[in-house]
Design a protein around this ligand. Structure first.
Ligand code: C5P
Length: 231
């Protein structure tokens, strides 16, 4: 499977999203819509992307009782979404219900699980009553998600290699991508497109390096070219 580039549409309104889409090259096939834009505009936010025949990664990080999550997956799929996130911490019954709901859809979306939010620290784990390390937690929640029928995981490119060995068939979605000379912004652990691909990422999520580039088309071309440079 050829790794895909997903551009994160981290803007507050449909007008700003349209403006961004008009500046970006047609070579971008995938876009990510997150909670901010979805809460602001509702499912209608997907229409400009569908009109342009784009693939949609709806990143709502679902976490609720199994029935609610299953119904949310079905409804989102009916809006024409190809990839969605759930929280692995929702547990086996929730993950299995989400996976089953996706499989039953006319156009089944793929589901990827968030194991541990990158904003959490080991001190947060103490507050949450979790005794194990961040990496042990991520690995065991990854195992839970994949064994529950979830298609893949959201991960830093730095953990992708280990996850690829453990889960050979899983989708691995990696944010935190920067070109070698790029500004890292608030990301702590960044990786180049080539490194992410080399570690086994199937989908690379990129926001600011494209959205804030003076020339988004050449920034996109540079990222595609780096992805192809992976050994
Ligand atoms: O602008 P940047 O390339 O850093 O954007 C990365 C995107 O990936 C943002 O939408 C961000 O919310 C998302 N993300 C992340 N780190 C995670 C999970 C998601 O940066 N662990």
């Amino acid at each position: 499977m050829k790794p895909a580039l997903i551009v994160a549409l981290d803007v507050p309104s449909v007008n700003e999203m349209e403006a961004v889409l008009n500046r970006l090259p047609d070579s971008i096939e995938w876009y990510k819509i997150g909670l901010e834009l979805f809460c602001a505009e509702g499912p209608a936010i997907l229409n400009p992307l569908k009109k342009r025949n784009k693939k949609i990664f709806l990143d709502l990080k679902l976490h609720d009782i199994p029935r609610t999550v299953a119904n949310a997956v079905k409804t989102a799929a009916s809006h024409g979404v190809q990839l969605m996130t759930v929280h692995a911490i929702g547990g086996r019954a929730m993950l299995e219900a989400a996976a089953e709901a996706a499989r039953e859809c006319a156009n089944p979306p793929k589901l990827v699980a968030v194991t541990t939010l990158t904003s959490l620290s080991q001190e947060d784990f103490i507050d949450l009553g979790i005794g194990r390390s961040l990496s042990d937690q991520a690995l065991s929640l990854g195992e839970l998600a994949v064994s529950s029928g979830i298609d893949g995981l959201v991960t830093s490119a730095h953990e992708a290699g280990a996850l690829r060995k453990k889960f050979p068939g899983a989708l691995l979605v990696t944010p935190g991508i920067r070109m070698p000379e790029g500004d890292i912004g608030d990301q702590k652990r960044v990786a180049t497109p080539a490194f992410a691909v080399q570690q086994g990422a199937t989908h690379l999520v990129v926001g600011r390096p494209i959205l804030q580039a003076a020339d988004p088309a050449s920034a996109t071309a540079a990222i595609f070219s780096d992805m192809k440079n992976a050994p």
